[in-house]
Ligand binder design. Structure first.
Ligand code: 9Z3
Length: 325
């Protein structure tokens, strides 16, 4: 739609058009129907259950980085550093706090309850016995036991739903699906957007179909900006949900300023600001009423910054629920 007064499109109209064109041209999710069914089943249980008379709270934790394919039959893609540690550990703390968690994670990144396992657990934690059976090596017994039982209790208990993505196209379509399905939870829904989302992408229709050939000299490629979905998540997809986004910078001097801008621009309830090198030690939670620095407990070996961070968020989410009911 055009602005009748000067024939120019407003910022909002352009933004909405960018979002529409992103979704219209994205390759449809291969297992979209299956994901929808899993979500409905998972959330269906949450609507009907309430603990201690309190309606069930559901958090969508996003985790790991999105890829940007360079070819439709993808051989090469742009990626980012995110390990998924933040999302996986936060998921454990949200489950501990009584939340049901939709863990939207990048395939192959860190998983809840598996953080104390070595890189290749199958090969490093197990051994073959004389009778051709498999045994857990004593030094890994505790970690393997905790991983299996933690994961099983949450998944089979119906409090953890894991949904994997790889590309930016999959991630944003799945986020939209989750947000729309969780609308009816109102303020009991929480979005904790820790995934490192690509800022630029190659639109599907302008992407080479086949593997780009190396013989054709230097590669010129136009990447366009990924439309920011945070404002549409807040305004349209799940307007009652409590929304927390993350801001990552490598230059500490601009971090808080950028986080404050995101808070305002996308109308987030909180923005968690973190710097690449210190992200496991401390974060700053930026809110409309001020900034709070959260640090991991350095007196305790192996303590996570996500422990006090999630406790703080749960408290603020409770205040929000009370203020909206
Ligand atoms: C974060 O800032 C996360 O805390 C990290 C976690 C990705 C740094 P790891 O996975 O690291 O534990 O290795 N995530 C958000 C980054 C992001 O893409 N934010 C967007 C932006 O900065 C806003 S949605 O523009």
């Amino acid at each position: 739609m055009m602005d009748a007064s000067n024939g120019l499109r407003s910022f909002e109209e352009t933004h909405n058009a960018d979002i529409k064109s992103f979704f219209d041209s994205a390759p449809p999710l291969k297992d979209g129907e299956d994901i929808k069914r899993k979500l409905e089943e998972f959330l269906g249980k949450k609507f009907s259950s309430s603990e201690n008379g309190r309606p069930c709270r559901v958090v969508c934790v996003t985790s790991g980085g999105t890829t940007v394919p360079l070819e439709q039959r993808c051989v090469r893609y742009i990626d980012n550093f995110s390990s998924g540690h933040r999302g996986a550990s936060s998921t454990e703390y949200f489950l501990k706090a009584g939340y049901a968690v939709i863990f939207l994670y990048r395939r192959g990144t860190c998983q809840p309850y598996c953080r104390s396992l070595p890189d290749d657990p199958m090969l490093e934690c197990f051994d073959v016995t004389d009778e051709s059976g498999i045994t857990v090596l004593p030094k890994h017994e505790k970690a393997v036991g905790a991983a299996i039982s933690g994961n099983r209790t949450a998944v089979t208990g119906g409090t953890l739903l894991k949904l994997p993505f790889t590309t930016i196209f999959e991630y944003l379509q799945m986020l939209q699906m989750i947000a729309l399905s969780s609308r009816s939870l109102g303020s009991n829904a929480l979005f904790y957007l820790a995934a490192a989302v690509s800022d630029f992408y190659v639109p599907w229709e302008s992407m080479a179909e086949h593997k780009i050939q190396s013989g054709s000299g230097p590669l010129d490629m136009r990447l366009v900006q990924v439309p920011k979905m945070l404002s549409v998540l807040r305004k349209d997809w799940a307007p009652m949900a409590f929304c927390i986004s993350f801001k990552l910078e490598t230059d500490i001097k601009i971090l808080l300023e950028k986080a404050a801008m995101a808070l305002k621009k996308y109308d987030m309830h909180m923005v968690v600001a973190n710097e690449l090198l210190t992200r496991k030690e401390e974060v700053t939670v930026v809110t409309k009423s001020g900034n709070i620095t959260v640090q991991r407990d350095r007196t305790q070996a192996g303590a996570d910054v996500e422990d006090p961070l999630v406790k703080f968020i749960v408290e603020k989410h409770s205040d929000y629920i009370s203020s909206t009911s």
